[in-house]
Design a protein around this ligand. Structure first.
Ligand code: 13P
Ligand code: ZN
Length: 274
């Protein structure tokens, strides 16, 4: 029988866990990743599934994810260990028909449950799937130090963060033309922060959690990792500017942003332009 790593989607999932670890975004069990499987991928994994584990209520519901399947990191599991033992650190979960509970079909063989942020992943998948007509498949949460640091300095508004990030590297507006959302500090791991995040995910494919990290959405692993990486790198540049102690002489102007949008054929969120 084939092994779980024989499947491209599982290899890509594990690679992304590793990539984030190598960036320094996943101290201990920090961060989590989920992927909404395609029907063809579910069929490939079918020989690995066991259906003897019970349904667990999720505390939130999203009709458009009825019967969906996800690969998810386990709660309390370290992303750096995903590659060493995927069967102990990752799982595949099925969502029930009522779309309000999950059960584990594969993985977490030493026990455990999917990430404590599953309600946020689930509602984010729901709104991004709807917003992209089914294209969105990945939700990624990372503890990115530069963005976290900025949440102590900048006002916690989408406008302040979006403008600071757009002005910190020329490619940023092209990568996230809608901008980024910001959730004020909230208790993580619950349904309230999940609902607040999902409201913003209707507008943005990246949402910052104050003093905690970022959630990014994307149609595949490359684009969601790349979005996280681009935002974090821009935040790091911004911090270097602030930390230099020098006066800012020039920046990317609103005129520059509009020229960029025209040249790249993208529509920038007008709310964030002067
Ligand atoms: P989990 O280990 O439950 O995924 O939690 C990590 C985390 O980053 C919580 O926000
Ligand atoms: Zn976290």
């Amino acid at each position: 029988m084939a092994g779980i790593r024989d499947f491209e989607v599982m290899r890509s999932f594990i690679r992304m866990c590793n990539d984030g670890w190598q960036q320094g975004w996943h101290e201990r069990n920090g961060g989590n990743l989920t992927y909404r499987l395609r029907d063809s991928e579910i069929a490939q994994f079918e020989p690995f599934f066991r259906r003897d584990r019970g349904w667990v209520p999720m505390g939130v519901t999203a009709e458009n994810l009825s019967g969906a399947y996800f690969i998810a990191t386990g709660s309390g599991k370290f992303l750096r260990n995903a590659d060493i033992a995927p069967e102990d650190n990752l799982c595949i979960v099925e969502i029930n028909k009522a779309a309000d509970a999950w059960r584990i079909l594969w993985g977490l063989e030493q026990g455990g449950r999917p990430t404590s942020e599953l309600p946020t992943h689930f509602l984010n998948h729901s709104v991004r799937t709807a917003a992209t007509k089914g294209q969105s498949r990945v939700i990624y949460h990372a503890h990115t130090p530069a963005v976290i640091a900025l949440t102590y300095i900048l006002p916690l508004s989408a406008r302040d963060f979006t403008r600071a990030l757009w002005q910190s590297a020329t490619e940023c507006p092209v990568v996230f033309p809608q901008g980024v959302g910001v959730v004020d500090w909230m208790v993580p791991g619950g349904t309230e922060i999940a609902k607040a995040s999902a409201e913003l995910m209707k507008l943005y494919d990246a949402v910052i959690w104050a003093h905690h990290g970022i959630f990014c959405a994307g149609p595949d692993f490359d684009l969601s990792f790349g979005l996280m990486h681009t935002i974090e790198k821009a935040a790091d540049i911004y911090l270097r500017i602030l930390g230099s102690g020098q006066r800012i002489r020039q920046t990317i102007s609103d005129g520059n942003l509009r020229d960029l949008a025209a040249a790249f054929g993208i529509t920038l969120n007008e709310e964030f332009l002067d």
